[in-house]
Ligand binder design. Structure first.
Ligand code: COA
Length: 153
């Protein structure tokens, strides 16, 4: 359940291990907002951490969820994709998605979808995701511009 790449390791973790990174990178370290998804503790939810040594630098969580793009497929939703500030741009986020995608595929998941932050769409394009035209919206939680994205596994 791990993947090594020059000191970088990806493994499945408990959602609680990801809260601090979620809050710092995705919520401006605001102590007053929730960084938990109601589905976090469900058995079928999958949480991944990317580690440099013992230090967590990437978080990504996947939840079984009907896709707004292809509701007939077996699909998971990605949330809380984040790489710590000083570790961004070094390929770690992409490695975590690759690792998670391989596990999800082996579980029979056909497609993943997400509400992608518009400022991160370059990352998603570079890692093979597609944008849904006309799906641009403001997130209810952050009020930031998002677009629905998906990737076939
Ligand atoms: C978006 C984010 C998760 C990307 O993680 P990362 O570890 O920095 O990304 P990687 O280094 O693995 O980048 C993989 C590819 O995406 C590209 N990329 C990464 N961020 C990009 C961006 N903002 N715009 C354009 N391209 C980007 C990289 O250049 C790289 O391309 P390459 O394979 O052609 O070299 C990270 O920058 C982040 O946490 N941002 C702040 C939080 C956020 O917006 N999260 C997404 C919420 S939906």
């Amino acid at each position: 359940m791990t993947e090594h790449d020059e000191g970088f390791e990806v493994r499945r973790v408990a959602s609680s291990e990801l809260h601090e990174l979620r809050r710092r990178v995705l919520r401006s370290n605001n102590p007053d907002v929730s960084v938990a998804d109601p589905r976090d503790e469900e058995r079928t939810s999958l949480h991944y951490g990317g580690f440099l040594g013992e230090r967590l630098v990437v978080s990504a969580s996947f939840y079984p969820s009907t896709s707004p793009v292809n509701p007939e497929l077996t699909t998971y939703q990605l949330r809380y994709m984040a790489t710590d500030f000083d570790a961004q741009g070094q390929g770690y986020g992409a490695l975590v998605l690759d690792f998670a995608s391989a596990e999800l595929r082996s579980l029979g998941v056909e497609q993943v979808w997400a509400n992608g932050r518009d400022t991160a769409l370059g990352f998603y394009r570079a890692t093979g995701w597609e944008l849904v035209e006309g799906s641009e919206h403001l997130s209810a939680e952050t009020r930031l511009p998002h677009t629905v994205i998906f990737k076939s596994l």
